[in-house]
Design a protein around this ligand. Sequence first.
Ligand code: ATP
Length: 356
Amino acid sequence: MARITLDHIRHAYGPNPQSDKDYALREVDHEWNDGGAYALLGPSGCGKTTLLNIISGLLQPSHGRILFDGKDVTNLATQARNIAQVFQFPVIYDTMTVYDNLAFPLRNRGVAEPEVDRRVRDMLDVIDLAPMARRKAQGLTADQKQKISLGRGLVRNDVNAILFDEPLTVIDPHMKWVLRSQLKRLHKQFGFTMVYVTHDQTEALTFADKVVVMYEGEIVQIGTPAELFEKPSHTFVGYFIGSPGMNVLPAKLDGSRVTIGAESLTLDYAPKAAAGAKTELGIRPEFIRIGREGMPVTINRVEDIGRQKIVRADFAGQPISIVVTEDAEIPAEARVTFDPTAINIYADSWRVGREG
Ligand code: ATP
């Protein structure tokens, strides 16, 4: 398995790109660890597939280099990069047996038959298809076929990375959960470098150790699920992760004092924002308390979502969402307090921390 270096990569599909908006990928400059499980998460059109195709060699970036374990592979074709790919629709040979489908990539590389047999049998157990080994792949269900695709990627032990492009889209919801957990277990067991593209936050958060959030051709944050939740680097991450997303309120800064409409609060640090920057306060709905103390709020609606309730309200002239437990009391003259440790401050959409 390999460490993947994305060295100042930019990509434009059209000729003569002039400005940032002509680039499907603006600038990606990161190093991904050997054995890491990365999910590329972001809305449609943000550049996930473009980046994945650059890693796999289907696309050559307009600028920059890609390295596997320090070796420049930018000009190598997909076949020469030693990667396994699992696509949205399972790519398998219907007329071959399940066993032969799994054996195919090994036989193709001249692996001796006893070793092929040993690895295929192991993999059949791993993907829970041992009883079907001798059946033709034709007629299997979509999730069984996708398990074969998965198995074909995992059966090789010479791959630099395994790339997944929305592999669970055609799988029904229950099986999705099963396959995702299975994938996570396999990753723990074998330690592959995995890159997994999805626009589904649940899929990304349960699968990955590191979630790579993309927005308009840029990586806006790489973090653990907890980091994305607690300290979104960009307001987009705040909106996109979590349900409902983070409340982002226009705010004025004056030292450690933050003013939102007619309300203000004091932080225990003074966030530093460049003069003239658009400044905002971010607070997740889970970290707002409703009670009889604090700042006034007007409640518009309460939505019951099982063990929790979502309160939709107006605060300082802005709509906000608040998540409370199902048994929480909501007073008629409600007031709110923000958990000070959960407040994030943004300047021109980027988080400014204590460190400035
Ligand atoms: P989705 O989730 O819809 O697949 P994505 O995040 O994978 O989206 P990309 O497919 O990488 O996004 O597309 C990024 C941008 O590049 C989009 O604006 C898209 O229209 C553009 N694009 C993608 N492929 C091509 C192409 N072959 N030619 C021209 N533009 C393209």
